[in-house]
Design a protein around this ligand. Structure first.
Ligand code: UFG
Length: 338
């Protein structure tokens, strides 16, 4: 069985490719390294002792992408590739719409042409918008607050419409909550460009001495300690969810959304405390203003993924912190200078 993985050199992609290879799938990675590094591909080989095909291709390059379909017999696609910085998407929306949406349209057009009608798509809990009360179930009304989120929601809609037009398609829309942590080897992990936007990479960069202190964005939310609550999920659990989703799309047709979260919410200060306890490293912080667009609490009801995919998250917050720290402390500059 051969799986095409777009964005396979990235944070979630690389962890998923490790599991695909360990389960003896043939893997073809397409990545343009816009937010990833070639070194991650070397490390995947090192961890698994297995090889895969790689094409340095941007999905907007239809001709180059078509060669990938021409040269390989692909059974299913896991589609991670996409721009993902919320703030940046507000400043340069056209780039986000073009890259994420046009890229997906080109990919699905080729999938149809080459009769590859099975896809697992990286969606996001961002599609639940600001008006739903957690725990979030898949049937809630959807909305978004920034262009990045809108691309995820629009792509979900496009993929559903493709299924409506041709019921031989099989599509899983995986709505990720907050992936953190790293492979337990400490060899692959999250390597953000520039100043991290997200909480855990910020914490690990403070802990390793690259940043002075964490700014906690607001302590006046309606949560147990006033700081924002999220559903943090270990990236290795998330990758395992993709394995189950691949099995599902190989056997059933349909277009279905699944939450991938633990179902438990932790506040920013819970994460800081857990990190300090798990690693014995202090994380200095100050309380800052709320970040525009943030909500107080966002966590999943992940029952549907359990019932229909047979998947649930196994790893706890302490393991997420330990593994994130192993990665950061062994690779203070990420894949840079590796
Ligand atoms: N936070 C801080 N300080 C920081 C960074 C984050 O206090 O320096 C807080 C945020 O206010 C929030 C929590 O930590 O309460 C988590 O923030 P992240 O930026 O790590 O994650 P978000 O929940 O804001 O966003 C994530 C993904 C988005 C996705 C969204 C969907 O990054 O891609 O979940 O719910 F859209």
């Amino acid at each position: 069985m051969t799986i095409l993985v777009t964005g396979g050199a990235g944070y979630i992609g690389s962890h998923t490719v490790v599991q695909l290879l360990e389960a003896d799938y043939e893997v073809i990675i397409v990545d343009d390294f816009s937010n990833s590094k070639p070194e991650s591909l070397k490390r995947i080989k090192e961890i698994t002792g297995k090889d895969f095909k790689f094409y340095e291709v941007n999905l907007l390059n239809e001709k180059a992408l078509e060669e990938v379909f021409e040269e390989n017999k692909i059974d299913a696609v896991i589609h991670f590739a996409g721009l993902k910085a919320v703030g940046e998407s507000v400043s340069i929306p056209m780039k986000y719409y073009h890259n994420n949406i046009t890229g997906t349209l080109i990919l699905t057009k080729l999938m149809e042409k080459y009769d590859v009608k099975k896809m697992v798509f990286s969606s996001s809990a961002t599609v639940y918008g600001m008006n739903n009360i957690s725990p979030l179930t898949e049937d809630l009304p959807l909305s978004t607050t920034n262009p990045y989120g809108s691309t995820k929601l629009m792509i979900e809609q496009i993929l559903r419409d493709i299924y409506v037009s041709d019921s031989s398609w099989s599509i899983a829309l995986l709505r990720y909550f907050n992936p953190i942590g790293a492979h337990e080897s400490g060899r692959i992990g999250e390597d953000p460009n520039g100043i991290p936007n997200n909480l855990m990479p910020y914490i690990t960069q403070v802990a390793v001495g690259k940043r002075k202190e964490l700014a906690v964005f607001g302590d006046d939310y309606d949560t147990h300690d006033g700081t924002g609550v999220r559903d943090y999920i270990h990236v290795v659990d998330l990758a395992a969810g993709h394995m189950k989703a691949v099995e599902k799309v190989m056997k059933d047709t349909g277009a279905n959304a699944y939450n991938l979260g633990t179902g438990t919410g932790y506040s920013v200060l819970d994460v800081v405390k857990n990190f300090e306890k798990a690693t014995n490293v202090k994380v200095p912080y100050t309380i800052a203003d709320r970040r525009p667009g943030d909500i107080g609490a966002c966590f999943s009801d992940a029952t549907k993924a359990y019932n229909e995919l047979g998947w649930k998250a196994e790893k706890n917050l302490e393991q997420m912190c330990e593994d994130a720290w192993r990665w950061q402390s062994n690779n203070p500059n990420g894949y840079e200078n590796a």
